[in-house]
Design a protein. Structure first.
Length: 508
């Protein structure tokens, strides 16, 4: 089972579990005790598990994001089963330096605050973004209303809260999927806004350094078209590019909606320079579903988008795969690749695939992909964490599955990589794995060398034989209208509390 968290989005051919949380009190600005030891080695490549332990109890984690830090280490963000989000700062060898729970710690039953995006800021602090219900956030996100608001929190380098804001852009809810710092010291954030008719539009917010809205734009909904933004980046010309998905309101014969790729370029003032959409198409319209999880600007001034693709046949048969789409600077398709395979795929059925959740261009012009793929184990094909490198045209250079196995059966305990980053050592990816002995999900951290190696670690497995294929996406006219309605905002009483350490040490 693949787990993706708040705000809710369409699953990539697998089930989504959204954490339901019950928040408990804590004091703000709690000082974090030093942690470490636990058998953590000093090697530069490693596979380790990390756990949220509070007052002697361990809580399950859902990984969300990871960022490399200038000291050679990294900071990761996850959701917890006991309510708030969780941050862990690790050194260059993966030893935890501090960790804390952060967010809404004093809400009523049914309140929550889930952060799903993390970035280290230029001053060494952090900015988090996601969504919240209630949690004492005033009239913009009142208690017991059930209204979902966007949430942004600014932290110091030690994890203390500087400020926290909630944002309401839609009468029926607002969520933020990604936030990035901008060159002026402010932020750009993207997500969704849902109107009173339960129609959803793609939202982009430009904020100053204190979280105040400078401008906002919403694309759609238009008629039956609904739009979603899941990734954003400031571009070299000072503008912004955002990517996500377009739902035109048409369904397959199996009742599942066809979803198309959406990419939009904005200038520095938030005006739309171009909007593009892509899908397979036939005589009666679109014939496939794509999900988009990541976008980066590439060294040639174009863009790369990562996600997944599923063709017109029933999900799980043929054809599907992790998707990498390369666009020019004007938003035209330059090349496209889907990564699929399986012992029966050449016969037109039984193809296995996966999804790209995280995407980076490397210094040599290649791309690092992190997400999940199927591994063929007899008659089963469970999803497991997948890490791959492809060259500048999308051809596979290397790929691997990184997972723990249950000793008694060999069944995978790890499920997917939610995010990745590039460190001085090589790719670092975080995912979800199960501590089978106690029935808790923990954070899986895998630091490889540039070629995906972790010594002779038994948790690094050859990937099932995936190959690159052209999914045949063609341009569509999204036709989304743009509005700049007012976004209301107010302070949120975010707090932090220290956690005591990791429950498990080295795996490799």
């Amino acid at each position: 089972m693949n787990v993706r968290a708040f705000p809710l989005r369409w699953p990539a051919l697998v089930a989504i579990v959204v954490a339901t949380v019950l928040l408990t009190p804590a004091s703000a600005g709690a000082k974090k005790p030093p942690v470490g030891g636990g058998g953590f080695s000093t090697t530069s490549t490693y596979v380790k598990n990390y756990a949220d332990v509070l007052n002697g109890a361990e809580y399950s984690l859902t990984p969300e994001d990871v960022q490399a830090t200038p000291d050679g280490g990294w900071t990761a963000l996850a959701l917890t089963s006991n309510g708030p989000s969780w941050l862990v700062k690790a050194s260059a060898v993966g030893a935890p330096q501090w960790q804390e729970e952060v967010g809404c710690l004093n809400g009523a039953p049914g309140d929550y605050a889930d952060e799903v995006s993390l970035q280290q800021t230029s001053d060494g602090g952090y900015v988090l973004a996601g969504g919240t219900i209630g949690c004492g956030s005033g009239s913009d996100c009142p208690e017991l209303s059930g209204l979902q608001c966007g949430l942004i929190e600014r932290l110091t380098s030690a994890g203390a809260v500087v400020w926290a804001r909630v944002y309401s852009a839609g009468a029926d809810g607002t969520g933020i999927w990604q936030i990035r710092q901008t060159s002026d010291g402010g932020f750009v954030a993207v997500g969704t806004a849902t109107d009173v008719n339960h129609h959803t539009g793609a939202l982009i917010l430009k904020l100053d350094g204190l979280g105040n809205v400078q401008w906002q734009r919403e694309l759609g909904p238009t008629g039956t078209n609904q739009a979603y933004f899941y990734g954003v980046q400031q571009t070299a010309d000072g503008g912004y590019v955002a990517a996500g998905e377009l739902d035109t309101g048409t369904n397959s014969s199996y009742g599942l909606p066809w979803i198309s790729v959406l990419a939009v370029k904005f200038d520095a003032s938030g005006n739309v320079s171009w909007q593009r959409s892509f899908n397979d198409s036939g005589p009666t319209g679109v014939t496939a579903t794509e999900h988009v999880n990541a976008i980066v600007q590439t060294s040639d001034g174009g863009y790369a988008l990562g996600g997944d693709w599923n063709s017109a046949t029933y999900p799980g048969t043929c054809c599907q795969g992790a998707l990498l789409l390369k666009l020019t600077s004007a938003g035209a398709i330059q090349w496209q690749q889907a990564y699929s395979g399986g012992v029966d795929c050449s016969l037109g059925y039984g193809c296995i695939g996966g999804s790209v959740y995280s995407l980076h261009q490397t210094a040599d012009g290649s791309y690092l992909l992190a997400g999940d793929s199927n591994v063929e184990l007899g008659a089963e094909a469970p999803l497991v964490p997948w890490l791959a490198k492809v060259d500048s045209s999308g051809a596979l250079v290397w790929q691997e599955n990184d997972y723990q196995s249950l000793p008694s059966t060999g069944a995978p305990l790890s499920e997917y990589f939610a995010s990745s980053t590039l460190t001085a050592t090589g790719p670092l990816a975080i995912g979800s794995t199960e501590n089978y002995a106690i029935g808790r999900n923990e954070l899986l951290g895998v630091q490889t060398d540039p070629n995906g190696n972790v010594g002779t670690c038994s948790q690094i497995h050859p990937a099932s034989a995936l190959s690159a294929t052209n999914p045949g996406l063609a341009p569509l006219a999204p036709g989304l209208t743009t509005t700049s309605s007012t976004v209301s905002q107010s302070s949120s009483p975010a707090q932090v509390r220290a956690t005591t350490g990791t429950a498990t040490a080295n795996q490799c």
